[in-house]
Design a protein. Structure first.
Lengths: 132, 196
């Protein structure tokens, strides 16, 4: 944890420096197949305006299928991009270059469901990243 | 003296304005240089098509225990632009193969494969025990094809482009379209008074 903290701080600083605010949500499946959900966000402006009140996941065949509810907590329209990052059981990111940033425009104080399907059956964990 | 320094400053500004710079960018970044079909459109279309296809219940059922063989026919470009539609289907094909759910035969290399088979079986140079046998290829079960169309409207200050990409999966034996989906994209360019 002591190693991760400065790394996280550095990551946050880099993201802020690049003016691309990021907000991250992830869901993990424990050994019994039960989802373990954690939502992280940094202090950036976009991060403070978007929350993820709900995350759902299921297996479609053997592919992980995810629905995340994004909420615009701001009273004005938000125009941003999101992308899913998928990881296997060992923490390796799957097909990192095949996941494009997707555009989403949300009216003030509205919710929007975004969906993602794992690129292959080995995905067990995902993260959602957003940026302006 | 003051005039000279102002002149030098002006020259410096003009010269720095002419400097060109090459840089690498994020290939996944949103590209909005013009309203023409671009990389972001291609990526959005491919992602939407693959995601939708992989979660369509009959497709999920079909790929549960086997990996059906497909071939890509072509995407008819009905827009007024020159668009490399093969690039779109290549991306879709890559994603589908990497999902582990489908296999593909490539009709664009049939002639070259035949040449290689002829060489292996007839040239006398290849060890017959390792030569690929004729008539052992797997026939495709499904054909993938589609359309890309556009509607363009413009007036003095605004240009609006609407793209519609349709992809279909047809069972070659039965002629049934097993799956189809569309992706719509709208792009608008408006000129503002001060170019802002």
């Amino acid at each position: 944890m002591t190693i991760y903290r400065p790394l996280m701080a550095l990551l946050v600083a880099l993201l802020l420096a690049a003016c691309s605010a990021s907000n991250k949500a992830q869901i993990e499946v424990d050994e019994d197949g039960q989802p373990v959900t954690d939502v992280y966000s940094n202090n950036s402006l976009l991060g403070s305006r978007i929350s993820i009140p709900d995350l759902k996941q299921k297996r479609v065949g053997d592919l992980l299928y995810v629905q995340a509810t994004l909420e615009n907590d701001w009273k004005f329209e938000l125009d941003f991009q999101y992308k899913f990052k998928w990881f296997d059981a060992d923490g390796f990111e799957l097909a990192p270059e095949s996941q494009p940033w997707q555009q989403v425009v949300m009216a003030g104080r509205s919710q929007n469901n975004v969906k993602g399907i794992a690129p292959n059956p080995s995905a067990v964990r995902f993260e959602i990243w957003v940026r302006e | 003296m003051r005039l000279l320094s102002m002149l030098l400053l002006g020259v410096a500004v003009v010269l720095s304005g002419c400097a060109s710079k090459v840089d690498y960018g994020d290939a996944q970044a949103r590209e909005t240089v013009t309203t023409d079909f671009g990389s972001t459109d291609l990526q959005m279309i491919a992602a939407k098509m693959v995601d939708d296809m992989l979660v369509f219940p009959p497709i999920v059922q079909m790929t549960q225990n086997r990996r059906p063989v497909l071939f890509v026919d072509r995407i008819k470009n009905k827009t007024t632009e020159h668009i490399d539609t093969e690039s779109i289907t290549d991306t879709i094909q890559s994603k589908l193969i990497n999902s582990g759910k489908f296999r593909f035969v490539d009709m664009t290399v049939v002639d070259r494969v035949r040449e290689q088979l002829d060489y292996q079986s007839e040239s006398g140079l290849v060890d017959p025990s390792t030569a690929a046998q004729m008539g052992r290829q797997i026939g495709a079960e499904f054909m993938m094809y589609g359309n890309l169309s556009s509607i363009v409207k413009r007036d003095d200050s605004t240009k609006d482009v609407y793209y519609k990409f349709t992809l279909k999966l047809l069972n070659i034996q039965t002629g049934i379209i097993e799956w189809t989906n569309e992706k719509e994209i709208r792009k608008t360019r408006s000129k503002s008074l001060f170019g802002l």
